[in-house]
Design a protein. Structure first.
Lengths: 486, 611
């Protein structure tokens, strides 16, 4: 029993241990390469423990955490994302004048928070995860604060994220308090039984749930809680932006979906109505805002708002279709979005460094002629984001579509189509910019050699995008097993 | 050897791949060896496969390479089908094609795009072979479009001259009109017979369709549309003379010997359908007759050596259509083959003359060349007599068969026969006009023969075939319904032999003896008008320009600020406008951000509670 508990918590334990090791190492020997290497090694080791965990699933590790196929999939995704970010961070911070070692500690704690979030089955674990992740992120976003030439406003971005996150946490907490006041329970899967015992749910309970959803929506940057996204994405160093866009989103989505499905909250019209509004608004507003955007990080921020909106279509549909199907679709889309975003930010990071970030659209002018490989990756990523066939993004969108049709969400599907059409414009605009003749070749940062770490991320993610787009069957089979959790 | 028969279309394709992937960096010698050699090899395999096919004494043989498309019940194989007709076509394409390729290695030597030329030629041969060997409609259509593409590429081969590009586009667009009809026809055939396999479709159609029914008429008319486009028959014949802009070997290969016969092949391949729609079948004959006469008159007035030959091609394919119209399927294929021999010979010899005259193509600037160009003279004469169908040449046998069948045809055959015989007279007149003008009369320009084994060698082979090709027996009895042997009475035979002779005599009188002052006749009054009318191929180009091009241009002009575009521009403007409004919300001010979160929450909770 206890041995199973230890095995099931192995990933979390390994992450914590790595954090401590890295912290101690950094205290004794300040060596960027060593610390980064240790971090990647530790992350990889904790990723590999899933082989141990897999046979003893599912397992409720205390009341707080639920380790099952579903949580394991998302924690693996999170750790892979963290490895990729560490690989991007090393060359990025190499020329950074201040001390870099702490960044990796923050990265590890943030990842720890994200994994906790993905496993949480209880409001306490939920809050713990959110805060571990959040507090690490504040520091990570503002990490290059002393570097005046780097990302333009790291401090501003950090402060904005801090204050607004605090606001969102307050809303979430209030919501949790209201739900607890009504039901007297904090475990996700205990909610349905408690509801039955409590009788007809009053506005207090509904408002409570809505406030929790709003808190989650903030982290997922769904409209109308999206406003922080572009500023923070733009202000943060590229690897951190990549982290925000992928790991933070995946963890939050995992817990939100579990909460909604385990608590049967989708049975309430109020919840589905609010989710529908948020989904529709995110798809429209996100895409509209991106149309004339001149900064690629902001562009990807807006596009992430739209993509999370697409994902919400599946969550809304979960009220009508089988849980298994919506979990499968959500996981696939999240996976696809995760890979595309990582690859996209990897490209930006390849031509940037902490000394100088090149994230303006004009910096990409003629990239195709200056660095064909890099721009080819970005083109594949953009095609995938736009949902062009033979890419992972297409399969993901197809999933959303078929589930939307099954759930008969005609309104949301119409919005989805309109949103995708607008989306195509700004993705193609970026491709068009890259195809323009370059202004000058001389001392061109993009012509420099791409660092090995970034190269690894680029190659892996590109292969993954195409592989999932051409031959998604094995991944779909894996994802079908996730639904056993519900 | 029959199992290797799939190599026949594949080898030219490999040749195409090699020539393309070397980006023209291959030395000319190797490019020539690959270009012509691949066709030669293909011809060799065709011979081997053909001989074992004939020895096996079977009616048809099909070979599936792989499944091409498989969706639900629909399965399209990459399958080749060999029977008597496709065998003859395969021989003509690879055999005549091989000779032309050899000739082209000489003709094109020194051209900077030598390798590109052979790449296109190989692709063309491959596509044409796929067309004739296709087992199903989809594969046939692929080959059909493939030859269209290659024709376009090759007509515009010398692309630096904008006029060549114009000619290529014209050919492409005109044939495209036919292709659209054909595609619809194929769809209709597929829907009504439920299969894409050609033989099965024929079988089902025969079992289910009523003779003269609407569906039979519609499908055959639509397929006829494709056929007249590719084979340059009325009303889509205007592109072929322009197609002469390409290098002469192309004119010989595509626009005389092979591609333009695709329409004839298509109709004979689907002859079962035409038997179910007798009216359309008769229409095929009428179209052939009118085209052959119109083209004959036009050929009489041209002064470009290649244009004369081009119109004579249009006219000869008219004969093939006439044959199809009277149900003489075998004769059509027979004439297709003999025509391939003598027309390839004529074109290639014309190419030699053009080479000798330093790319001069105007026949009035030639004259008296029989001493300077003895080879060309004799070869051209052989080609001409075969074209005119003097007795015992190859053209004689095939044309004789066609006219005899027309004469025997129950209703309306007599009319077609009359047209055909008149056409034979015209053929003699314009052919010998060309011959006399080029080789007799006053010498105005010096020319000297360009010699080389790859120039004269293929020509000699073709000349022999043009003379004795009529004795070749084509094994198509198993494919087509049996036709009784026709032996017209002596009176008709005399007319059919005598009229071409008369044509030659008149040509001799006019162009050698000068009995008739042509300049006076064609220079003024009605004669001049008629001359111009014929010269511009009966005003067809003018008519199309007025009826189709001008209104279209007018419409385009009128709709300059596209009505439909304005919808899209409008929606783009709406998006832009919304974007601008949305952008206003991104102020970058924290206090506004915080309050927006609060308001957002308020709105959502309100929605939630109200519901």
């Amino acid at each position: 029993m206890t041995s199973n508990l230890i095995i099931d918590l192995m990933q979390i334990i390994m992450l914590t241990a790595t954090t401590v090791v890295v912290m101690v190492t950094a205290a004794f020997k300040r060596d960027h390469a060593v610390v980064c290497g240790l971090t990647v090694f530790g992350l990889f080791a904790s990723l590999m423990t899933f082989l141990l965990i897999k046979p003893v699933l599912p397992f409720a590790a205390t009341e707080l955490l639920m380790i099952d196929e579903y949580s394991l999939f998302f924690s693996n995704l999170i750790i892979v994302g963290a490895i990729a970010v560490a690989l991007l961070a090393y060359p990025y911070f190499r020329n950074h004048s201040a001390q870099n070692e702490e960044f990796y500690i923050l990265l590890l704690t943030a990842t720890l928070g994200a994994v906790v979030l993905a496993c949480s089955n209880h409001f306490v674990a939920f809050l713990l995860g959110v805060e571990i992740l959040g507090i690490s992120l504040y520091a990570m976003i503002a990490y290059t604060v002393h570097d005046t030439s780097s990302a333009k406003f790291p401090l501003e971005a950090g402060i904005k994220y801090l204050i607004l996150s605090a606001l969102a946490s307050a809303i979430t907490l209030f919501g949790i308090a209201l739900v607890y006041a009504f039901l007297g329970t904090m475990g996700f899967d205990e909610i349905p039984a408690a509801l039955e015992a409590a009788g007809e749910p009053g506005p207090v309970f509904i408002i409570g749930v809505l406030m929790i959803v709003a808190g989650a929506a903030f982290k997922l940057s769904l409209v109308p809680f999206h406003i922080w996204t572009p500023d923070v994405y733009e202000g943060a160093p590229v690897p951190v932006t990549a982290y925000l866009a992928t790991v933070s989103k995946a963890a939050m989505l995992a817990v939100t979906l579990r909460l909604l499905l385990a608590s049967n909250a989708l049975e309430f019209n109020a919840v589905t109505a609010v989710l529908t509004v948020m989904a529709a608004a995110s798809m429209i507003v996100g895409n509209l805002l991106a149309v004339m955007q001149e900064n690629t990080k902001r562009l990807l921020a807006y596009s992430s708002i739209a993509h999370l909106g697409y994902l919400m279509v599946v969550v809304v549909a979960a009220a009508q279709v089988e849980n298994a199907l919506s979990v499968e679709a959500t996981s696939f889309y999240m996976l696809a979005y995760f890979i595309m975003s990582l690859a996209g930010f990897a490209v930006i990071s390849a031509i940037s460094s902490s000394v100088k970030e090149l994230d303006q659209l004009s910096d990409f002018r003629g990239l195709f002629w200056r660095n064909t490989w890099l721009s080819s990756v970005l083109i594949i990523v953009l095609f995938s984001l736009a949902g062009i066939p033979l890419t992972a993004g297409f399969i993901g969108k197809f999933y959303i579509f078929s589930i939307g049709v099954e759930g008969e969400l005609w309104f949301l599907l119409t919005i989805l189509i309109i949103g995708s059409a607008i989306g195509l414009y700004y993705y193609l605009r970026l491709i068009y910019t890259m195809m323009q003749p370059p202004e000058s070749i001389s001392n061109d940062p993009a012509a420099m050699q791409i660092p090995a770490g970034v190269q690894v991320v680029l190659v892996t993610m590109t292969i993954a995008i195409i592989y999932l787009g051409v031959y998604p069957a094995p991944m779909i089979n894996t994802l079908q097993s996730l639904s056993g959790a519900f | 050897m029959l199992e290797l028969f799939w190599l026949v279309p594949v080898i030219p394709f490999i040749g195409f791949l090699i020539l393309t992937l070397t980006f023209g960096k291959l030395p000319q010698v190797y490019a020539g060896i690959i270009g012509a050699g691949s066709i030669g090899l293909s011809f060799l395999f065709a011979l081997l496969a053909g001989s074992s096919f004939l020895a096996a004494d079977i009616t048809a043989y099909s070979q599936t390479l792989w499944t091409w498309i498989s969706v639900g019940d629909l399965e399209v194989g990459f399958t080749f089908y060999l029977d008597g007709v496709s065998l003859v076509m395969m021989y003509v394409i690879t055999g005549v094609g091989f000779l032309i390729h050899i000739y082209a290695t000489g003709y094109m030597s020194g051209d900077p795009s030598f390798s590109r030329f052979f790449a296109y030629m190989n692709l063309f041969v491959s596509a044409m072979l796929i067309l004739v060997l296709a087992d199903n409609l989809v594969l046939l259509f692929m080959g059909w479009e493939g030859v269209g593409l290659c024709s376009y590429l090759l007509i515009g081969f010398w692309y630096t001259d904008p006029n060549n590009g114009y000619c290529a586009r014209k050919a492409f667009v005109m044939t495209r009109v036919g292709d659209a009809f054909m595609a619809i026809g194929l769809f209709a055939l597929f829907i009504s017979t439920g299969t894409l396999n050609i033989q099965e479709a024929m079988f089902n159609a025969e079992a289910e369709w009523v003779v003269g029914s609407g569906i039979a008429t519609a499908v055959t008319l639509l397929l006829l549309g494709g056929a007249v486009g590719k084979s340059a028959q009325l009303p889509l014949q205007t592109w072929l003379p322009d197609a002469m802009a390409g290098p002469t070997p192309i004119s010989a290969l595509i626009h005389a010997a092979t591609m333009v016969t695709a329409g004839v092949y298509l109709i004979s391949r689907t002859h079962v359908l035409y038997l179910l729609a007798p009216d359309v079948q008769y229409l095929v004959g009428v179209i052939g007759m009118i085209t052959l006469l119109m083209a004959g008159f036009t050929a009489l007035t041209q002064n470009d050596i290649k244009k004369v030959l081009a119109y004579s091609t249009v006219s000869q394919i008219g004969y093939m259509f006439l044959a199809l119209g009277v149900g003489a399927w075998g004769s059509a294929i027979f004439h297709l083959m003999t025509h391939a021999f003598f027309k390839a010979l004529l074109f290639l010899t014309a190419g030699s003359i053009i080479l000798a005259m330093h790319h001069e193509q105007d026949i009035f600037k030639m004259g008296g060349l029989r001493k300077d160009l003895p080879w060309s003279h004799w070869l051209f004469l052989i080609g001409t007599v075969a074209l005119v169908a003097l007795p015992f040449t190859s053209g004689f046998w095939s044309k004789e068969e066609i006219l005899a069948s027309a004469l025997e045809h129950h209703e309306g055959g007599y009319l077609l026969w009359l047209g055909g015989v008149a056409g034979a007279f015209m053929t003699a007149l314009y052919s010998f006009r060309l011959y006399f003008l080029v080789f007799y009369g006053k010498k105005t320009h010096d020319g000297h023969e360009v010699m080389g084994w790859h120039l004269q060698g293929p020509l000699v082979v073709l000349a022999i075939l043009a003379l004795i090709g009529g004795y070749i027996h084509i094994p198509v009895e198993a494919v087509f319904p049996e036709v009784a042997e026709h032996h017209p009475s002596l009176f008709y035979q005399a007319i059919m032999i005598g009229l071409p002779m008369l044509g030659i005599y008149i040509a001799w009188l006019i162009f050698i003896k000068g009995k008739l002052d042509l300049n006076k006749l064609a220079g003024q009054g009605f004669g001049a008008k008629l001359h111009r009318f014929w010269y511009t191929q009966w005003g067809m180009d003018w008519l199309y320009d007025k009826v189709i091009v001008s209104p279209y241009v007018w419409l385009a002009e009128f709709n300059k600020s596209d009505v439909i575009d304005s919808f899209y521009n409008g929606s783009a403007r709406v998006v832009r406008f919304c974007h601008d409004i949305m952008s206003e919300t991104q102020t970058g001010q924290l206090r506004w951000y915080a309050i927006s979160v609060a308001y957002g929450l308020l709105v959502l909770v309100t929605i939630g509670v109200l519901l």
